[in-house]
Design a protein around this ligand. Sequence first.
Ligand SMILES: [Mg+2]
Length: 241
Amino acid sequence: MTGPAVVLFDLDDTLFAHQRSVRLGVSAHRRASGGALAAADEVEEFARWHALEEHHYTRYLRGELDFLAQRRSRARDFVAPYDLDLTDDDAADRWFDDYLAEYERSWSLHDDALPCLDALEAAGTRLGIITNGDIDFQTGKIERVELAPRIEHVIASGELGYAKPDPRIFEHACAVFGVAPSDAVYVGDRLNTDAIGAAEAGLRGVWLDRSGAATADELASAAASGVLVINSLEELPVALG
Ligand SMILES: [Mg+2]
């Protein structure tokens, strides 16, 4: 079987089990904090942490906050209902670093990631990552979960000044690989940011809908952009073959 020339992947929640690590990390950090924060409802607190991450990380990607400031904002807003004072930057950084230590302890890949990469490599496909994030932080993850030897290039928005779904990041990645966008595939868990963004830059967009919760509107948008929809990375090599 001959695969596509280049397949590029999103990192968080596509190859890397980010949400699972975040859930375990927040839970452990809350328990270690003690008091009312430790006793709070697990599901509600994870939902609150996740919403704050989405909110402040999007502000970082838009250039409204730098990387450290988005971390401090997440820490401060999260503890606000518990009367913990993280006004001081060092206090906020320490609180976030303690969370990070727990998050990092839980870093892992999705179970379907390596078999998918192996099958693509066997078909002669070159592999890369395009991630919206800080290059050092994302590279640290890639190395820790042993993806590094399989990945030819990592493209991170943090070192470029533009982020997905800006077509420039997809075009830049294709240029780094020396292929035309039409010879590249991009796979990610966010329909608009990843799959449709890539399709608009001329790549083949693939939406990884892990929860299988796609709405009729989402499926219609995917179809209108020529985006392939899969529920697991297991499906990818055959779908592209
Ligand atoms: Mg993602």
